[in-house]
Design a protein around this ligand. Structure first.
Ligand code: DAH
Length: 338
């Protein structure tokens, strides 16, 4: 009977907090070879006059060990139920991936092709003055681009405006006085145009500029041939048409054979078989001089192209306004594109 009381004391001192310890307890006290069973077996050896007391004590002890077992089991289960909503072995919820804007995709492609030729990225301000956007670029006083109807002016005297092209970066870079210059300058430009499926009051351009000694038109052509092949593929044809820009002399426009009909003529190329993609030329000596560069020593070429048009062509988009509406259903389609 003393042993029983000792066991009881032992159990009172126990602290059982996990399944493993609980099972050990069950085996030790309540198992087929456990202490309770063993004590039951001792019953026959107990003298008759003590049988009643012993039996009663043993019964109480048995109930005690069992109820202890049940209560520990309950608290352990409670705790694991609490965690049962969590399966730590499951893979985590995927964080939804965003996508790059198609204009950014096209800009990055264009820029990286020129970077491979050694052009460095340069950027200029979207708000600029009349000198950098027009005058230094040799645009005559009465040029229609200077008209209020084409340009968003912020102030008139002195004239500050939203740049109408990325050519202003040419002036900023050349005025720094460091030569040679070999830059590619992507950016946003603004024109006071009616918004439609084909034109917008803001759009994007990439300007290229190379100024060094002995730069020729042949260098310009070779650079642009390389660009077209990398951008549109080896089978695409190129043609240069003479053109006019105040800041270049001679000036040209470059066309590529239509990406859709491959030159046969379709609605996109207006049945000509050609798509106009950029303006270019040799930097006008006056522009060099306006930036303090000796035009007898240095020459260079420049080119400028829109980003929207090649993006429309590449992704088969029919309306330029989609680029600025931020409709997630539209943007989501570019997930994973690089
Ligand atoms: N700035 C011209 C435009 O916005 C594009 C352009 C044409 C840029 C010829 C140039 C160039 O650098 O040489 O239409």
């Amino acid at each position: 009977m003393e042993q029983i009381l000792q066991h009881k004391q032992e159990i009172e001192n126990l602290q059982i907090a996990d399944v493993k310890a609980l099972e050990e307890y069950r085996i030790k006290y309540l198992g087929t070879k456990g202490i309770v069973k063993a004590l039951m077996g001792e019953m026959k050896q107990v003298p008759v006059e003590k049988k009643k007391d012993f039996g009663q004590l043993l019964n109480e002890f048995k109930q005690f060990t069992e109820s202890k077992y049940e209560s520990w089991k309950e608290t352990i289960q409670d705790r694991s139920n609490h965690l049962s909503g969590l399966d730590l072995t499951l893979p985590g919820d995927a964080v939804p991936a965003g996508s790059r804007h198609p204009i950014s995709l096209m800009r990055n492609r264009i820029v990286s092709i020129f970077q491979r030729l050694g052009f460095a990225v340069a950027e200029g301000p979207e708000i600029d003055n009349d000198w950098n956007n027009f005058t230094a670029l040799n645009l005559p006083e009465n040029h229609p681009a200077r008209d209020m109807q084409d340009t968003f002016y912020i102030s008139t005297d002195p004239a500050w405006l939203l740049r109408t092209h990325t050519s202003n970066v040419q002036i900023h870079e050349m005025s720094k006085g460091k030569l040679p210059i070999r830059i590619i300058t992507p950016g946003r430009v603004y024109r006071n145009e009616t918004i439609s499926a084909r034109s917008h009051c803001f759009f994007h351009q990439v300007e290229g500029l190379y100024i060094a000694e002995n730069v020729s038109f042949a260098d310009l052509k070779q650079t642009l041939y390389f660009f077209v092949q990398e951008m549109f593929g080896k089978d695409v044809k190129v043609r240069f048409r003479p053109s006019y820009f105040p800041f270049t002399e001679p000036s040209a426009e470059m066309d590529i054979s239509c990406l859709l009909c491959h030159g046969d003529g379709c609605s996109v190329c207006k049945k000509t078989g050609w798509l106009e993609i950029l303006g270019c030329g040799m930097v006008h000596p006056k522009v060099l001089e306006n930036c303090g560069i000796d035009s007898n020593k240095y020459s260079g070429f420049a080119f400028g192209m829109g980003i929207e048009r090649p993006a429309l062509l590449k992704y088969g988009i029919k309306d330029i306004r989609l680029f600025s509406e931020n409709d997630v259903r539209f943007l989501k389609q570019f997930t994973g594109a690089i």
